[in-house]
Design a protein around this ligand. Structure first.
Ligand code: NAP
Length: 288
């Protein structure tokens, strides 16, 4: 059996550091504040926002949620009007000195693109690295907030002291939220990185070359034992709702028989992502 790369212990240690820094900032009259803008009735998304707000409160971060979703009384009539309201809100929050971090929750209404709207978030407050400017800065090695999920993958690998320099890394998924920034962060750590996607031919043959394999495809059980080299380190980012109401990863749990290490779902990347997002808020508020 492979090593289980749980994220719970790491998340707890990030939260306790965040709590201490948030308390210092609050004592200095600068309560770290996160604003979340959401405009969906997607249940998974709503669950995530509630959980983020609860965790923020526990670490001493104020969390203000602007809900423009269908259930909200202040919901504008048309999808276009909702998108316009999101624009107005993001501009106002970016200019508000009392707000330090801004998250625009997906999915978005009316076919709106995250990159278009997130470009209105002040990069200094872009704690989930959604503004194309943040991603561009990441690509060019300039300081920026990385998307929290991508940062969580690297934090988990570091926590388990997985060497990256010179190693063959394969990332499955090329979204701007996970796949591309993870590939970039691995590259910045001198791994040799291959990125796969839905048009990749012979996926298993490519993933089998990986010493470090990161899977973020959103397809439950996509990666089975024949996709993984013996002893590889596998990070499963996927979170797929399953029939019994639970969560399944993109990696078949049987991969644990082949891999050297595997992150579980739930309890792997997820808790670290939330903890790092809140850590970013404290940094944006002027903490270290
Ligand atoms: P996404 O935007 O849907 O992107 C999925 C990527 O996977 C795309 O690049 C797609 O390729 C690729 N893909 C889909 N099917 C594939 C297949 N059969 N073979 C190879 N590649 C395939 O999803 P995302 O936002 O990146 O999220 C990915 C997963 O991570 C989801 O399960 C999501 O719920 C989860 N997630 C978890 C966290 C966390 O904190 N744990 C945070 C964010 C996301 P194309 O580009 O060719 O379409």
């Amino acid at each position: 059996m492979s090593l289980v790369m749980s994220g719970r212990e790491l998340a707890a240690s990030i939260r306790s550091e965040t709590t201490a820094l948030a308390a210092e900032l609050t004592a200095a009259g600068r309560t770290p504040t996160l604003a979340v803008v959401t405009a969906t009735d997607d249940e998974a998304s709503a669950w995530y926002v509630r959980s983020l707000a609860r965790t923020a409160a526990k670490v001493g971060i104020a969390c203000d949620v602007t809900d423009l979703g269908p259930a909200s009384p202040s919901r504008p009539e048309s999808p276009e009007a909702v998108v316009e309201s999101i624009r107005v809100e993001l501009i106002a929050l970016s200019e508000n000195p009392l707000v330090h971090g801004i998250v625009l929750q997906t999915p978005l209404p009316g076919g709106a693109r995250l990159a278009d709207l997130a470009s209105l978030i002040d990069p200094a407050k872009d704690v989930d690295g959604a503004n194309p400017t943040s991603l561009g800065r990441l690509m060019t090695g300039l300081p920026a907030f990385a998307p929290a999920t991508a940062a969580a993958v690297l934090a988990l690998l570091d926590h388990y002291e997985v060497a990256l320099s010179g190693r063959r890394a394969v990332v499955v998924g090329r979204s701007a939220v996970v796949g591309k920034p993870v590939a970039q962060l691995l590259l910045a750590r001198d791994a040799t990185v291959t990125v796969c996607h839905s048009r990749t031919v012979g996926l298993a043959a490519v993933t089998s070359t990986a010493e470090v394999l990161v899977v973020a495809a959103g397809r439950a059980g996509l990666v089975g034992t024949s996709f993984v080299a013996a002893g590889a380190v596998v990070v499963d980012v996927g979170t797929n709702a399953v029939a019994d109401g639970g969560l399944a990863g993109d990696v078949d749990p049987a991969v644990a028989e082949v891999a050297g290490a595997l992150s579980p779902v739930p309890g792997g990347v997820g808790p670290v992502t939330t903890a790092l997002l809140l850590r970013h808020v404290v940094s944006a508020a002027g903490g270290v």
